[in-house]
Design a protein around this ligand. Structure first.
Ligand code: PLP
Ligand code: CA
Length: 302
């Protein structure tokens, strides 16, 4: 964490960033889009950076979609991005299991969306739960005893608007009855922008419910975890000192970049205001801040 106050992005310091940085990591919600609305001139800003030869990587904590679903979302907003340039927390969960040699004969139980199930299946794992258990109900007075699949070796928890008592019981039994069962959280964001004008409870509350019943803490694979950063450094052959992380949230995006030694740029187009940044209780100071990513275009007079 930096004790220095952030500087407003200026012509001079942005030119220094452009000279020293080879890759920009972009958070998505609050930076590129808000809900389903593209943020002002985001597309032109990304084009300008690509034109200058910068590598772009898109890192989202929202586990609801898979990388290919995010590529479709970018396309629908008029931005061409390859699934390979996208790093979602749904993909991070699958990669965490892969990197840790999770045995493919073990199953994965999911409290979350199709994005997680798709990424797990693409990585060669057998996963179930999620939307498939959305309408299941449980009545302990009638059922008395709840059966679960003993071959589950990991429970992955992400945003799940259809979370219910059945899923909580399933995931809880997998973890409590098998001390070796992994408990993985895609992210712990308190809220997310399901709609552009309002914040809604994020994966943090689903993860907290499972922490409550299991009395265990999960491995978090999304921002600000080092797992996500280490994986993408290796995958894209990047060096932290030549990267700039651009995000709208201090405790996920900016911390993620700072922990790795990247330059950091906070944009005020999402969930953080200038007064949040300057509040004496805030101890996460990005190197720079700007109102939105297209300030980069304006500063170059483009
Ligand atoms: N989780 C959920 C459910 C969300 O809706 C969002 C943003 O909308 C996020 C997490 C944060 O996503 P990002 O990391 O792209 O800001
Ligand atoms: Ca964000």
């Amino acid at each position: 964490m930096s004790s220095l106050q952030s500087q407003a992005l200026s012509v001079e310091n942005f030119k220094d960033v452009l000279d020293s940085v080879e890759a920009f990591l972009f958070d998505c919600d609050g930076v590129i889009w808000k809900g389903d609305q593209l943020i002002d001139a985001a597309s032109q800003t990304l084009d300008m950076l690509r034109h200058k030869g910068k590598k772009l990587v898109f890192v989202t904590n929202n586990s609801w979609k898979s990388r290919s679903q995010y590529a479709e979302k970018f396309k629908s907003l008029g931005i061409s991005v390859s699934p390979d340039e996208i790093f979602s927390s749904s993909f991070a969960a699958a990669m965490y299991l892969k990197v840790n040699n999770f045995p493919t004969q073990n199953k994965v139980y999911v409290i979350g969306g199709d994005g997680i199930l798709d990424e797990l299946q693409l990585a060669g794992f057998t996963a179930f739960g999620g939307p498939g258990d959305a309408d299941k109900t449980i009545d302990w007075k009638q059922n008395g005893f709840f059966e679960h699949d003993k071959s589950v070796g990991a429970v992955v928890v992400g945003i799940d608007p259809k979370i219910n008592y059945y899923k909580l019981q399933y995931g809880t039994l997998c973890i409590r009855e098998n001390p070796g069962c992994l408990f993985i959280a895609t992210n712990r964001d308190a809220v997310g922008h399901m709609t552009p004008s309002q914040e809604w409870p994020g994966a943090g509350c689903m993860v907290a419910a499972m922490c409550g019943s299991t009395q265990k803490e999960p491995v978090v694979v999304g921002k600000p975890s080092t797992f996500m950063m280490d994986f993408l450094l290796e995958k894209f052959n990047l060096s932290c000192s030549k990267m700039c992380m651009v995000g709208d949230r201090l405790d996920t995006d900016i911390l993620f970049g700072q922990n790795a030694g990247c330059k950091t740029l906070l944009v005020l187009s999402g969930c953080t205001t200038q007064s949040d940044l300057q509040d004496p209780s805030n101890n996460i100071q990005p190197d720079f801040y700007a109102s939105k990513i297209s300030d980069m275009l304006d500063l170059l007079g483009a």
